[in-house]
Design a protein around this ligand. Structure first.
Ligand SMILES: [Mg+2]
Length: 269
């Protein structure tokens, strides 16, 4: 059996590992569960995710990591040109797919005209947008121009926020996607949770005999919906975006727990 675990808000929150996580994953593995980590965070590469997991006391292999970047890359053609608004996770996935990353050659704005002038190294056939802490006005502008010129608009995910360790919500990829949508009036194809594409990627990563036992996450709209699309149980933890049972009155996860360790002890203990 396999258990699908979200990362942000389940394994860690901001810079902090959530208490009891390494013990919870040990219990799961002792019960014969393969743990597959599935994140809508498109920023890290899979090896960055493994390193981060190790810092929380969890060993993992890149084969057990599924990201929205990997899912986005399944939507592009091999040998195509891709403009990226995002981080190393998307770059790695695009390179692994054999596509080319379009560069932007920017001329400095001059005088009172602040609109940047730029040219593409080649015409983008795809634009992939994810979380980008170094987002610039130029890159948003370039993405809009490429989409208006006919490039296919792909969003790694549309989560509006990410939970941080200071109980603040940071802007998520969805906030950046909205900025681009506002300009070019085009809807993106969404690659991450709970899309059909990432569900397929998860199913493809299962070994022949493996079946999914449960999806555990901190969001109804992504993790809960992913569980439905995979036709499996949903375990909600309150260590991330939703932190009060009152907020979940309208949805029905099979199990609700404060943290992953509580859920695991309740379900597998
Ligand atoms: Mg989460």
């Amino acid at each position: 059996m396999a258990l699908i675990l979200d990362l942000d808000g389940v394994v860690w929150r901001g810079n902090d590992c959530i208490e009891g996580v390494s013990q919870a994953i040990k219990i799961l593995r002792d019960h014969g569960q393969r743990v597959i980590f599935v994140t809508n965070n498109s920023y890290p590469t899979r090896s960055m995710v493994c390193r981060r997991l190790r810092s929380c006391g969890v060993d993992s292999s890149v084969d057990d990591i599924v990201t929205s970047s990997l899912s986005a890359a399944t939507l592009i053609k091999i040998d195509s040109s891709v403009l990226i608004v995002g981080g190393p996770g998307i770059e790695e996935a695009v390179n692994a797919r054999g596509a080319r990353i379009v560069k932007i050659d920017q001329k400095m704005a001059s005088g009172e005209n602040f609109f940047p002038d730029f040219i593409f190294s080649e015409n983008p056939e795809f634009v992939i947008v994810g979380i980008d802490p170094d987002i610039t006005y130029t890159r948003i502008f370039a993405a809009c121009v490429a989409i208006e010129n006919g490039a296919t608009f792909i969003a790694t995910n549309v989560d509006p926020t990410y939970p941080t360790d200071k109980n603040r919500l940071a802007p998520g990829a969805g906030s950046i996607v909205e900025a681009i949508k506002t300009v070019c009036k085009t809807q993106p194809i969404i690659a991450g949770k709970p899309s059909f594409f990432i569900s397929k990627l998860i199913k493809d990563s299962l070994k022949e005999s493996e079946e999914i036992e449960m999806v555990v996450g901190d969001r109804i709209d992504t993790d809960g919906a992913l569980a439905s699309s995979l036709n499996t149980k949903f375990g909600l933890v309150l260590s991330g975006v939703i932190n009060s049972k009152n907020e979940i009155a309208n949805i029905k996860p099979e199990i609700v727990s404060e943290r992953l360790i509580d859920l695991v002890e309740k379900f597998f203990g």
